[in-house]
Write a protein that binds this ligand. Structure first.
Ligand SMILES: [Zn+2]
Length: 300
């Protein structure tokens, strides 16, 4: 097949990628866990234990280690894209007990802007605020269990530059790049190439722990900030995130670009982890100081 034709077929045949891969999400959870107190870890553990998919996460985590179950839970907003219990129309499926809706909410994973910087579609940053408020205020355990994996997932997504992308190229989803170092997949969507920078998507268990530990040693803690800062940082990185080298049919990943992108992706995942940990810590403290009943405090 001629290269140009091949590019067109590739662009049309693959669905848009819309997330760090599962390894990126799991790594940010392991890093968040390091920032969390025993009380906040217990709050998270109890909330997740009441989620209808807790058994699946436990199985994938290979046991009862709370942080690994939380790591699996953070990939749940991607898993429901193929889950028949959920649908594109939030009201179209039967509610799981206590869930506010059964939507797949594909537009929560990103926010796209036009070339003048005006937001056009997607709700990523806004949903982080709304989900944080639910976790602070809700007295309904199933609602807390629903909101927590979403919040954990979206904080990481906001740190991926192509999740705050240009609407005219669908956040890098219509940009094919050539990666000469990948014989198996020489042409790939730029967004998907970035999603996979976090490592093999099956990264779990001891190897996951080891990798998170190495990343923490290499990367300093970030400034705290909030969604406005996190979004602005990703937008700034986006400006540099299109490879400058071009080949005969597309932009090309060269050694300098690869090195910059790998370093940047690692830093963003660590930053997301630190910030999620602090955010959950804050949420837990506010619940305790206001005496918000959550029905999940164990009886003493
Ligand atoms: Zn996502």
């Amino acid at each position: 097949m001629r290269p140009l034709l091949l590019l067109c077929v590739l662009l049309l045949s693959c669905p848009d990628a819309r997330a760090w891969n599962a390894a990126g999400h799991r790594l940010s959870i392991l890093i968040a866990w390091q920032q969390m107190s025993t009380e906040t870890r217990a709050f998270v553990g109890r909330a997740l234990a009441s989620h209808p998919d807790h058994g699946r996460w436990r199985e994938k985590a290979g046991g009862d280690e709370a942080v690994l179950i939380f790591a699996e839970a953070s990939t749940w907003p991607d898993a429901i894209r193929n889950d028949p219990r959920f649908s594109a129309e939030p009201g179209a499926s039967e509610l799981l007990p206590g869930f506010p809706d059964m939507g797949r909410h594909s537009d929560w994973h990103y926010v796209d802007f036009d070339r003048q910087g005006k937001r056009v579609r997607g709700q990523l940053d806004r949903k982080i605020g709304e989900l944080s408020a639910i976790l602070r205020d809700s007295q309904q355990l199933p609602e807390i269990a629903w909101a927590l994996p979403w919040l954990a997932h979206l904080v990481a997504d906001l740190h991926q530059p192509f999740h705050v992308g240009h609407e005219d190229d669908h956040g890098g989803n219509t940009v094919l790049v050539e990666d000469p170092a990948d014989a198996r997949r020489p042409f790939v969507k730029l967004h998907a190439w970035w999603d996979d920078l976090s490592g093999p998507s099956g990264l779990r268990g001891k190897r996951l722990h080891r990798r998170a530990g190495e990343m923490l040693l290499r990367q300093p803690p970030p400034a705290k900030g909030g969604t406005t800062l996190w979004l602005a940082e990703s937008r700034q990185l986006l400006a540099q995130a299109y490879p400058a080298s071009t080949g005969s049919v597309s932009r090309v990943i060269d050694a300098d670009y690869r090195q910059w992108a790998q370093r940047t992706a690692e830093r963003r995942i660590v930053e997301a982890g630190y910030r999620l940990g602090r955010l959950l810590e804050e949420i837990q403290r506010q619940r305790v100081s206001r005496g918000t009943p959550d029905g999940i405090t164990p009886s003493r």
